[in-house]
Design a protein around this ligand. Structure first.
Ligand code: MBD
Ligand code: FE
Length: 324
């Protein structure tokens, strides 16, 4: 038995009421989007003959995702973050903003307010005994090949166990998170440790969804970047280290051919001494090309709730909830 009620006048009128079409208040865009969203889901329930058990299991899963703040983790896993990138790429192409280092997703683990340094930063706190020393460096240039001095390069990455400071409470504050301003040659350099890939926690709601699709929740070893400079288009990107089993099998779909970078083992004594390191290390070189733009809104990252960003705003919102 298959019932189909979606196209009946009762259901179609009901959808309009749900979306507030008969109300003067509210927000028109919200009404349009909720109308479309609920309609699509009603139709899906009809078409797939979704049972009550299935429906309430889904509600429960959404509650679990929210409880554990995992929507930001499921989002890249279901390709939404990469889809938004594909749209931004298409918008850039249409506006003839071509060239430059490709963007790729921010992910859910950025924290604002990392320590700022000029030219060089040590990013690790020296506490990760399994961490292999990484020398990460590169030059920021514009699309004509001119070095961009004073560019703001924000870098964040995981430790040797795939954990990020702030979210992983065993790490010190801002471990493996730094902002480096490029020097007169447009160069940035960081001493850090080679990150490991991140894996979605076993048994977490995001893992439940991925397993139901026969998929894994692994990311390759990677390093995140925000790069900005006046007169240039803000860049959100990351590099994936070559040779990781997941380099081209990233659950978050962030890999792009141009962003796969090798880590080269260096054991030359003179180089080790010159860089004041204790022994052999791995060097990762990532040069960055920025598009030029005069548009102010393209020069900064898009707004998004981020850890430790706009803390004053958040505090005042909380203050507003006090009950008399
Ligand atoms: C990460 O480190 C990450 O970058 C993304 C996109 C998802 C989960 C963990
Ligand atoms: Fe990450």
């Amino acid at each position: 038995m298959t019932v189909k009620i979606f196209d009946t006048p009762d259901v179609q009128n009901f959808l309009k009421t749900i979306a507030g079409f008969d109300q003067t208040g509210g927000n028109d865009r919200a009404k349009q989007i909720v109308h479309r969203l609920v309609s699509d889901l009603f139709k899906l329930i009809d078409d797939f003959n979704v049972t009550e058990e299935e429906y309430w299991a889904a509600v429960n899963l959404l509650n679990a995702l929210g409880n554990q703040t995992q929507f930001g983790l499921l989002s890249p896993g279901l390709g939404f973050d990469h889809f938004l990138d594909m749209r931004q790429d298409a918008i850039d192409a249409e506006a003839k903003r071509t060239g430059g280092t490709p963007r790729t997703i921010e992910g859910p683990l950025y924290v604002a307010g990392a320590p700022e340094e000029e030219g060089f930063a040590r990013m690790d706190d020296g506490q990760d005994n399994d961490g292999e020393t990484m020398w990460l460096t590169g030059q920021v240039r514009d699309v004509d090949g001119q070095p961009v001095k004073g560019a703001k390069v924000e870098i964040w990455h995981a430790n040797s166990k795939g954990g990020y400071s702030f979210f992983d409470e065993t790490q010190s504050e801002y471990n493996l998170r730094r902002t480096i301003y490029t020097d007169a040659q447009g160069r940035y350099t960081a001493r850090s440790i080679i990150p490991s890939g991140y894996g979605v926690p076993e048994g977490a709601p995001t893992d439940v969804v991925l397993k139901s699709l026969g998929r894994h929740g692994e990311r390759p070893a990677h390093i995140h970047y925000f790069v900005s400079a006046p007169g240039h288009q803000h860049l959100t990107t990351q590099i994936n280290l070559a040779g990781d089993p997941y380099t081209f099998d990233d659950f978050a779909f962030a890999t792009r051919e141009e962003l796969v970078v090798p880590a080269n083992k260096i054991d030359d004594k003179n180089t080790i001494a010159q860089r004041e390191l204790d022994g052999p290390f791995s060097e990762v070189v990532f040069d960055i090309e920025l598009n030029k733009t005069e548009a102010a809104e393209l020069q900064t990252r898009h707004a998004r709730p981020r850890a430790k960003e706009n803390e004053a705003d958040q505090a005042s919102q909380l203050a507003g909830t006090a009950k008399v």
